[in-house]
Every structure is written in structure tokens, then in C-alpha cells.
Design a protein around this ligand. Structure first.
Ligand code: UD1
Length: 393
């Protein structure tokens, strides 16, 4: 087993957890919104601003919204970590404006005549090191704060927020003896010794992962996750103060055509796919038994469409897992993708990253019952397409 390539650090603070956001659920009482309801809502054309529109998920969201007949304007800052080639002039037929969300006058200008903001813009991933932290906060939190302030000024009362399952940290676990428990971050010594499973904080026994629901406490375990929690809190405060509506979509591990090639900010599916394209074996960290819910990007776009519709009839702040409901281990995903690509089988390296959690698997039930969203693309089918689908440069 090779040494851990990431610098070892200890966390003297232990696990800090926040309770779930205590704001009221979305209600069917949209007239409580204090804003003039500019423009039509359900069943009619909605004027939508998509932020982060040139990104992997943003592009699919714009495509889905336009296909549903909505009028879409777009912006993207073209972050160099996400875009190694110049931004296009348009996304799925919608003209693209290069705007950084910290630029207040530009944001004010682009909000004119907008009914709903679908906010995908974010700096994602674990990043390289702590030097990335200010930029995560600037992009994700300052950017969101500027957007919310300008939405309030412009009387735009509806937002769909791209949040993430990273807000849950380790998710939900059960100890055979102590019932529901929340494991602490895994110790470096355990990880280095190949003990990857999370354990019961009371007795140290192996804890069993369960399906995490939206009311689970928030427990961000890296800087990026902390900025996603802050986005949720900012938007919840905004919804409460304005009487507006926010649907926060907690994406699980998104994959599919158009993922950026491997960068320090890429998700695991893009890294494996890039390796296979170069004729290399996917490198599976830990022992490959870590579980995730891999959800196809077209399903994520469909969830955004469903959420947009919900903002037209309800008010308040509400979070939804966007997940397939059929979790897989990272090792299984790597093996399936390698098979589909006809490439070398994965290598399990035993490496680990301190910001990683062991398992995050989700209950997709709330999105099904309240938004009518159910993932349609199965993992085998999705990976078969992804194995040869183009990546973004
Ligand atoms: C990912 C995204 C995060 C997003 C979240 C939900 C990244 C880096 N992370 O989080 O932005 O909010 O999904 O959509 O984009 N692994 C390997 N080999 C590798 C790289 C990673 O085995 O080469 C393992 C990791 O150790 C981890 C798992 O794969 O156990 C998932 O890693 P990754 O996709 O990077 O991060 P997530 O925490 O799942």
C-alpha cells in the first residue's frame, strides 16, 4: 500500500455539527410572498436565470429548461479550475454572459425581468489545499450573498439552489448497541492502518450506514462542505425575511456526458473516466468499499425542472436529496465503468483523503412525493453511456 500522498493533519476540534435547518417547509400558500409575483408561474413560460450555466450540470439544466419551453438567460464566471478552454458564446442555444457573482452591478443588470433564479454556480470538489479556502468562500458564499441581495432589490422571489450531500458529512449510522449514532471524523491513524469504516462514538463498534434523509443534522467535514452549508443558511434566512421560496437540491454524486476532465476539483467518476480514456486503470482509494449514490446528470436536470415548478406554487425553504436511491461502492462503480470502457480493471490503492467521508447514501423519497422527481437512469445504463461520452476539455 503506497503512502498517503496528502499531508497528514489532525483535527483538534473534533466534529462540530449543526442541527437541520429549522425553517418551515414549503407550503401551498405562495401568496404569502411579499414580492410582486412578476410574470407567469406554473404551466406557463417562466423567465429563468441560470447561474453557472456553462458548467457540467448547468449545461444540462439549461437544456432541460429550454426543452420545457422556459425562457432562459444564463451567466457563468468561467472559473479557471472548471474551464480550461474559453467559455462558449451560448449554452444550449441560450446566450451566455460572463459574469462573476461578486460583481453587484452586473448581477443587478442580469436579474431584470427574471422570475426565478436556478443557482448552479459554485466552486466544487475538495480542492488542492487550504490556499483554496478563500476562493471557495468568495465563489460560493459571497457570490450567493450578492445574488440574494440583488434578488431582493429586484423583487425576484424564487430560487432553486444547487446544494450537495456534502452538508451531511458521514450521514446516518446505526450501532448494534447504541442505535442511531453520528461517527466522528475518521482518525488519521485508523485510515493509515487501513481501518476505513466509521465507528460508534460510544463503543467503537463498526457502525452500519443508513439512508440519510433531509432532516439529518448538517455536519460539513471539509471547507467546500462548509461553504455549501453556509449557502443553505443564507438562502433560508433570505426566504424567511422576504417570504420568498427556495428549493435546495442536495445533489449526490453526479456523473454523465460533459463532465470536466480530471482536475483537482473533479468528482471520482470524471477521474476514473479520464484515466480509462488515457489507457490507465482507475485508482480506487481506501479499500473501494465506500458507498455513494451516483445519479445521472439528466436526472439532476429533471430534478431542477421539477423544483422550478414547485417554486411557482409554494413558499418557504425546503431541501431535497437528488439521488438514484440505488447506492453502489466506489469499487463497484470503477469496475463497471472499466468494463463498459473496455479498459484495464481498477487498482485499489489504499490511499485516503482527510476530507472524505466513508459512506453517504440517501433516501430519495421526499423528492418523489413532494416534487414528483424519480431518477430514471440506472447505473449500468448510465455508465455504459458515460464510458464513451465526451468529457469537457
Ligand atoms: C462529490 C464531489 C462534490 C459534490 C458531491 C455531490 C468532487 C471532488 N466531489 O463529493 O463536489 O458536491 O460529490 O455531488 O467533485 N476516490 C477514489 N479515487 C479517486 C478520487 C476519489 O477512489 O481518484 C474516492 C474518494 O476517496 C471518495 C469517493 O471516491 O471515497 C468519492 O470521491 P469524490 O467524488 O471526489 O467526492 P465526494 O465526497 O463523493
Amino acid at each position: 500500500m503506497p503512502g498517503n500522498p496528502y499531508p497528514a493533519m489532525t483535527n483538534p476540534y473534533g466534529s462540530v455539527t449543526w442541527p437541520a435547518i429549522p425553517y418551515e417547509p414549503l407550503t401551498a400558500d405562495r401568496d404569502r410572498c411579499r414580492w410582486p409575483r412578476s410574470g407567469p408561474t406554473v404551466g406557463a413560460v417562466t423567465r429563468v436565470l441560470v447561474t453557472g450555466a456553462a458548467g457540467f450540470i448547468g449545461t444540462h439544466v439549461v437544456t432541460a429548461l429550454r426543452a420545457a419551453g422556459h425562457q432562459v438567460t444564463t451567466l457563468d464566471a468561467g472559473l479557471p479550475g472548471a474551464h480550461r478552454t474559453p467559455l462558449p458564446d451560448s449554452v444550449a442555444g441560450a446566450p451566455l454572459r460572463r459574469i462573476d457573482l461578486a460583481d453587484r452591478p452586473a448581477v443587478a443588470d442580469v436579474l431584470t425581468g427574471v422570475d426565478v433564479v436556478v443557482h448552479q454556480a459554485a466552486m466544487v470538489g475538495l480542492g488542492v489545499d487550504l490556499d483554496d479556502l478563500p476562493e471557495y468562500v468568495r465563489c460560493n458564499d459571497l457570490g450567493t450573498a450578492v445574488l440574494l441581495a440583488e434578488m431582493a432589490r429586484a423583487g425576484v422571489g424564487r430560487m432553486v439552489l444547487a446544494s450537495s450531500m456534502v452538508v451531511y458529512g458521514e450521514g446516518t449510522y446505526a450501532c448494534p448497541q447504541h442505535g442511531a449514532v453520528r461517527p466522528a471524523p475518521r482518525a488519521v491513524a485508523d485510515l493509515a492502518a487501513g481501518r476505513f469504516e466509521a465507528t460508534c462514538p460510544n463503543c467503537g463498534a463498526a457502525a452500519q450506514p443508513g439512508l440519510v434523509g433531509e432532516d439529518a443534522p448538517l455536519d460539513p467535514r471539509n471547507g467546500y462542505a462548509a461553504t455549501k452549508v453556509a449557502q443553505e443558511h443564507l438562502t433560508a434566512a433570505w426566504a424567511r425575511q422576504t417570504g420568498g421560496t427556495v428549493v435546495a437540491l442536495r445533489y449526490h454524486n453526479v456523473y454523465g456526458p460533459g463532465m470536466p476532465r480530471d482536475t483537482p476539483y473533479s468528482g471520482v467518476a470524471a477521474l476514473f473516466r479520464s484515466a480509462l480514456e488515457a489507457g490507465r486503470a482507475p485508482r480506487v482509494f481506501e479499500d473501494g468499499g465506500q458507498r455513494r449514490d451516483f445519479v445521472h446528470v439528466r436526472d439532476v436536470a429533471a430534478a431542477n425542472l421539477a423544483a422550478l415548478t414547485a417554486t411557482g406554487t409554494r413558499t418557504g425553504w425546503r431541501a431535497y436529496n437528488v439521488a438514484s436511491g440505488r447506492p453502489a461502492t466506489v469499487g463497484e462503480m470503477a469496475a463497471e465503468l472499466a468494463r463498459a470502457a473496455g479498459g484495464p480493471p481498477p487498482v485499489v490503492t489504499g490511499e485516503f483523503r482527510l476530507g472524505d467521508v466513508r459512506h453517504v447514501v440517501a433516501s430519495p423519497r421526499r423528492a418523489g412525493t413532494e416534487l414528483g422527481f424519480r431518477a430514471a437512469v440506472g447505473l449500468a445504463e448510465g455508465l455504459a453511456e458515460f464510458a464513451s461520452a465526451p468529457l469537457r476539455g
